[in-house]
Design a protein around this ligand. Structure first.
Ligand code: ZN
Length: 274
């Protein structure tokens, strides 16, 4: 397959290119051809270089705070030159509150200083070749798992106070839990009651008390997603998927990867009821 060609550019006046050089090397390590424009390039120079070098994607790096003017300017010049099919990815020191503005201006994605170069490489591969072997983003919250001492005592809050409907109760022996399902829109609350002392829900309640235990994300291919996370070095609790409630296949990401939140990846099987 043809190598992905990436132009890395630093628009604006800031005088450091260590970050851009690190990114360039990381993308080369991922088998991409990287052209680096050097410091202090104008949007016009950047677009010219991109067209001349026939790149697949432009990566803009900014530390100077000028991203709000310079990134949209690059996109504007691309349009003027009929080259707006070249996607623009941005990164650097960019406050989260500026990201929606930049996306709105046509930047495909912004990576902040907390992002890994691995995530950038994976994103570019997927952007250029959507059929590449990378998992898609999860499309909804499948359910929120809530640890309770007993379903019997917790249920009236959900059914009476909130007025939700109890869909069913199921025991998952392998996990030592009984699960009550309450539908809310396209998602569910799952009340998790421990059924033995080895249950991780029992340990959770002993340590932290009742409360939110995990958030489950609906994914279309849990095994593929696990592989993607592994290649990105994301710590997982389950190295392979396992059967969950409601005939699903599930795996947990380690909370240290997610700032203290336990995320479950949940794939509904064919023929299950959601
Ligand atoms: Zn769950």
């Amino acid at each position: 397959m043809k190598k992905i060609r990436v132009l890395i550019a630093k628009p604006g006046l800031d005088g450091h290119d260590r970050g851009a050089l690190v990114i360039a090397q990381a993308l080369r390590d991922h088998g991409m051809e990287v052209i680096y424009t050097g410091l202090r390039q104008s949007p016009v120079q950047i677009v010219q270089a991109a067209i001349q070098e026939d790149v697949d994607v432009i990566g803009l790096s900014s530390l100077s705070g000028a991203h709000k003017t310079l990134f949209p300017k690059v996109i504007e010049v691309l349009k003027e030159r009929d080259a707006e099919d070249i996607p623009v990815v941005g990164g650097g020191v960019i406050p989260a509150e500026d990201i929606p503005f930049l996306l709105d201006k046509g930047v495909s994605k912004i990576f902040t200083s907390g992002s890994s170069t691995e995530a950038l490489a994976v994103y570019i591969k997927q952007l250029i070749d959507p059929d590449s072997d990378q998992a898609e983003a999860p499309n909804k919250v499948s359910h929120i798992g809530i640890a309770v001492d007993t379903i019997e005592k917790a249920l009236p809050f959900y059914t009476d106070t909130l007025g939700l409907e109890l869909e069913g109760v199921e025991s998952v022996e392998s996990e030592g839990v009984k699960v009550a399902f309450l539908k809310i829109g396209d998602s569910r609350f799952e009340l998790l009651e421990p059924t033995n002392d080895q249950s991780s829900i029992k340990k959770f309640i002993d340590k932290k008390g009742e409360g939110i235990h995990h958030i489950a994300l609906d994914v279309n291919d849990v095994d593929k997603r696990i592989e993607t996370l592994k290649t990105r070095g994301i710590p997982l609790i389950n190295q392979e998927s396992k059967p969950g409630a409601h005939n699903s296949q599930i795996a947990f990401i380690h909370p240290k990867a997610a700032h203290g939140v336990l995320f479950e990846l949940c794939q509904q099987q064919e023929g299950s009821d959601s």
